[in-house]
Ligand binder design. Structure first.
Ligand SMILES: NC(=O)c1ccc[n+]([C@@H]2O[C@H](COP(=O)([O-])OP(=O)(O)OC[C@H]3O[C@@H](n4cnc5c(N)ncnc54)[C@H](OP(=O)(O)O)[C@@H]3O)[C@@H](O)[C@H]2O)c1
Length: 287
């Protein structure tokens, strides 16, 4: 019998052991009967990242696609042969495609994945008032896609624990796109959640049971959507409070699903997965 080694896909980051991406992509490989496997690649530091990326260029390397997670979404950029225009504007990549000539292309599917989930939820950001908690990598992707829409939100208010991080992010994005609707505020109260159509939590706060609430939840109301990019737990304290106050709520599983489907499309040269496979992928996450 001739041994046909599987093509390898995976995720690089630190940490990666909590990632649900292996479930998502291995379910798709299995359903499509593709000889491929998705693995976890924890990389301790920038030196390990450098060695890994150099190795990726080697002719016999069996890796053909990767996801990139914290903290390396920006650090991988210098190792890429080309960067998709959207990822270039966002300034970060979460998906790599490695072709047979071992050329590495970078994409960002976090931002489009978030927008796809908003569409599924029936929320159109055009002319809406949006409040965001956090100014890390997820905010970078979300604010970029919102500001690059032909019909932008009316206002995006951004609160971050460390104001200078928010300022740095907005300054950087402002060099690549019109960020005129984005305003950094000093206090969570200044987000004017009472008047917001959408509140997005992009911080890590809410992952642990003892995590505090970052806002006064009395401001949440039933005319709004409250979106928490966290997916573990499924319902953070913020989402539970929002639900009790009658708001529409969503956790980050949808964003994770859509970014994964888009990543898969990049790895398969633009081939769109059919609905049956997407359903299998989604169930793998939800179960
Ligand atoms: N659903 C999805 O598909 C998806 C995709 C990507 C990420 N995520 C999730 O999004 C979350 C953030 O990821 P990221 O990549 O954006 O991380 P990141 O770049 O490290 O940013 C973390 C953000 O959280 C803030 N923060 C952390 N601890 C805080 C605290 N105790 N109080 C107040 N603010 C705090 C940070 O504020 P400072 O600037 O002050 O440090 C920063 O704004 C993670 O839970 C991740 O799992 C979900």
């Amino acid at each position: 019998m001739i041994y046909d080694p599987p093509a390898i896909y995976g995720i690089i980051g630190n940490p990666v052991n909590h990632s649900l991406s292996p479930l998502l992509h291995n379910a798709a490989f299995k359903a499509l009967k593709v000889n491929a496997v998705y693995k976890l690649f924890p990389l301790e530091d920038l030196q390990e990242l450098k060695l890994f990326m150099e190795d990726l260029k080697e002719e016999n390397n069996p890796i053909f696609g990767l996801n990139v997670t914290v903290p390396y979404k920006e650090d991988v950029l210098p190792f890429l042969d080309s960067v998709d225009p959207l990822a270039d504007k966002i300034g970060a990549v979460n998906t790599l495609v490695i072709d047979h000539a071992r050329k590495i292309r970078g994409f960002n599917t976090d931002g489009p994945g978030f927008l796809s989930h908003l569409t599924e939820l029936g929320f159109n950001p055009q002319d809406k008032r949006i409040a965001i908690l956090g100014a890390g990598g997820t905010t970078r992707a979300i604010v970029s896609v919102l500001c690059l829409m032909p019909h932008k939100p009316e206002r995006i208010c951004l609160y971050n624990r460390t104001r200078s991080h928010a300022e740095h992010l907005i300054k950087e994005l402002g060099q690549k796109m019109d960020i005129g609707c984005v305003h950094i505020v000093d206090e969570p109260e200044d987000l004017n959640i009472e008047l917001a159509d959408l509140l997005i939590n992009t911080t890590n706060v809410g992952m642990k049971p003892q995590d505090p609430l970052l806002i006064d939840t009395k401001a949440l109301h039933k005319e709004m959507l409250v979106y928490d990019v966290i997916y573990s737990p499924r319902e953070t304290k913020l989402l539970a409070q929002a639900r009790q106050r009658g708001a529409q709520t969503a956790n980050g599983l949808g964003m994770l699903f859509f970014q994964g489907v888009l990543a898969f499309r990049h790895w398969s040269d633009g081939v769109e997965l059919n609905d049956r496979i997407k359903e299998i992928m989604r169930k793998s996450l939800e179960n």
